[in-house]
Design a protein around this ligand. Structure first.
Ligand SMILES: [Zn+2]
Length: 254
């Protein structure tokens, strides 16, 4: 079993252009590691997803509380919502709000995926897979397709992108052509076989997303990419090349 790390080592942060910071948990295997995106605005900031929840995100990054912050769940799989309860202002799509209210192990996919083999090093205190569960964090705001997340000097449009899950949302900033794409599109194996996935919705989502004139895409997992790769990933998925059935890629991830 891998050794546990100290709490001060659990997270890392990389600063990108356009006031975007990437927070992540480096000792979680890359297949399971959620990208946590922080976008700074003039009047407030947004946090898009919050990680596994085994170490306090808010304590590790106290600057998260230096200005008003809206913590948004891109969807409700456990690897994305574990620390959501640490923030007072929380948002998600209505289709998954009931899961934030009562995040059972089955509903959040923890039963299926939250295992010891997620870790390259264990979190402080180790990890009890059977005991792990997400703390309830009811949404204080519901975000529908077309809604605006206004940070004062910049505005993100909410895109409902069902398929991976029914309430998946992406955030689109047209002024900077920046997309936070959640688990709808990232540069890895895309998952459409969760209990509430819908492959037909996923294809429709892909067709809509492909029309966006993106310049930078920050996904829910794996490294960021640009427009050409974005369209290539979508085209591969639509052609069936990036599915759990692909023989060279057998690991499914939430
Ligand atoms: Zn997911």
């Amino acid at each position: 079993m891998p050794n546990a790390v100290g709490p001060e080592q659990w997270y890392a942060c990389t600063v990108h252009e356009l006031g975007v910071s990437h927070l992540f948990e480096p000792f979680i295997d890359v297949f399971y590691r959620c990208n946590i995106w922080h976008v700074r605005g003039r009047d407030r900031s947004l946090l898009f997803d919050s990680g596994l929840g085994v170490v306090s995100l808010a304590q590790h990054f106290p600057w998260l509380r230096h200005m008003p912050l809206l913590a948004i769940a891109s969807h409700t799989h456990f690897d994305h919502i574990g620390n959501l309860h640490e923030f007072a202002d929380r948002a998600c799509h209505p289709a998954e709000a009931h899961i934030l209210d009562a995040p059972t192990r089955d509903a959040t996919l923890a039963t299926r995926y939250a295992k010891l083999d997620m870790f390259e090093r264990l979190p402080p205190g180790g990890f009890d897979a059977d005991a792990y569960r997400v703390i309830p964090a009811p949404a204080t705001r519901l975000l529908e397709h077309g809604d605006c997340v206004d940070l004062g000097d910049r505005r993100f449009e909410v895109l409902h992108v069902p398929g991976h899950s029914p309430g998946s949302i992406a955030l689109w900033e047209s002024e900077t052509v920046l997309l936070l794409s959640c688990d709808a599109v990232y540069d890895g194996l895309l998952i459409y076989d969760a209990y509430h996935s819908n492959p037909e919705d996923y294809i429709e989502t892909m067709h809509k997303l492909r029309e966006l004139p993106v310049r930078v895409v920050h996904g829910g997992h794996y490294p960021s990419f640009g427009r050409d790769r974005f369209r290539e990933l979508i085209d591969d998925y639509v052609r069936g090349r990036r599915s759990p059935g692909c023989p060279s890629e057998t690991l499914a991830r939430p």
